[in-house]
Design a protein around this ligand. Structure first.
Ligand code: SF4
Ligand code: SF4
Length: 332
């Protein structure tokens, strides 16, 4: 019997991205397959696995799910004969990446926040994640030694499940954590992990400014001093690898003076591993022409930051989407 085209995606089955309205099965740039969450439904491992298997089977039978369209991660797979096709399974299906992104509560109100645009004003948190994680561990579905956990959100400091979730991951021997936060509240749980060997904690703090005034304009809250105090404490009391983030926002912080203030501040703090630059994605979301271009002077601001980081031995990061838009401008 002739085997028609068959595909496999190595990411499918290894990532669980918990969103407010669904569990996505990968973290792809395409929308990605997932299980929709309906109010009142019980999200459990059985439901997640059942839904995931449908997508794996579709690919195996040569059909590209609409959610994977345009993605570069599925690959064609060849089988020697029909029996191999029939009985083959995707190799290890242990989960090695969990993204905690099912909540949208936050204690500030950034002007660039796309959460409300994407999820709406009312969305906060539709389900509890801790019981699902406990079930995954109980069923031995997680690759504990290699699991990467990323807390996105919202802001974890207002997620009531945050500490219990952290405790569950730590109790199970997980070691790799990334937390995206606005830095307004000190997360003492990070300190507690200091005495545990092998834990790698990455902390990404969105500061977006170098002065109190600009911070208040962007975050719409007067909390600059608290954030700076907390960054210093993380530097002294924890082994966290700290990244400060700067999103370029039109007419607010997209000028050389503010970028310079931010760079100097990062240097003075003496505990910053990386500076990460990005663009304001509202500009793309609201661009009706679908021909979005970043402002030309963003390229100069990025070069200013890149040069400063090189001279001061701070790691410089420009996120791929932002880089793509800035490079496109150079070609014009
Ligand atoms: S092919 Fe792409 S979109 Fe589909 S599951 Fe794999 S990574 Fe996700
Ligand atoms: S910290 Fe994040 S979630 Fe909170 S308002 Fe700012 S962008 Fe939105």
């Amino acid at each position: 019997m002739k085997i028609n085209k068959s595909y496999v995606c190595e990411k499918l089955g290894r990532t669980l991205n918990f969103l407010p309205d669904r569990v996505s099965f990968c973290c792809s740039y395409a929308e990605g397959p997932g299980l929709k969450y309906e109010k009142g439904m019980t999200l459990n491992l059985k439901e997640i696995t059942k839904s995931e298997m449908q997508f794996i089977k579709l690919l195996k039978n040569g059909k590209i799910p609409a959610q994977c369209s345009g993605c570069i991660d599925y690959k064609e797979k060849k089988y020697n004969n029909f029996f191999e096709f029939l009985f083959s399974k995707q190799s290890s299906m242990l989960i090695n990446e969990i993204i905690v992104n099912h909540f949208k509560q936050c204690d500030c109100n950034c002007v660039y926040c796309s959460q409300k645009i994407i999820w709406g004003d009312e969305t906060q948190q539709n389900y509890e994640l801790l019981p699902i994680i406990k079930e995954l561990f109980k069923a031995d579905s997680i690759d504990k030694n290699n699991l990467k956990v990323e807390f996105q959100g919202g802001n974890v400091s207002v997620l009531s499940e945050f500490e219990p979730l952290m405790q569950e991951f730590l109790n199970n021997g997980c070691k790799y954590f990334t937390i995206l936060t606005n830095g307004i509240k000190y997360l003492s749980v990070i300190e507690k992990t200091n005495s545990m060997s092998g834990i790698i904690f990455r902390l990404i703090i969105s500061l977006d400014s170098g002065t109190k005034e600009t911070f208040a304009k962007i975050k719409q809250i007067d909390a600059f001093d608290e954030v700076i105090k907390n960054i210093k404490e993380y530097g002294i009391k924890t082994g966290a690898i700290i990244t400060l983030k700067y999103i370029l926002i039109k007419d607010i912080n997209d000028n050389s003076r503010e970028v310079e203030n931010f760079l100097n501040l990062a240097k003075e703090l003496r505990c910053i591993h990386s500076l990460c630059f990005d663009i304001d994605y509202r500009d793309i979301l609201f661009d009706k022409s679908k021909n979005f271009k970043v402002l030309v002077h963003y390229g100069d601001l990025i070069e200013q930051a890149r040069k400063f980081c090189m001279e001061n031995r701070i790691n410089f990061v420009l996120l791929p989407y932002a880089e793509q838009y800035i490079e496109n401008n150079k070609k014009v």
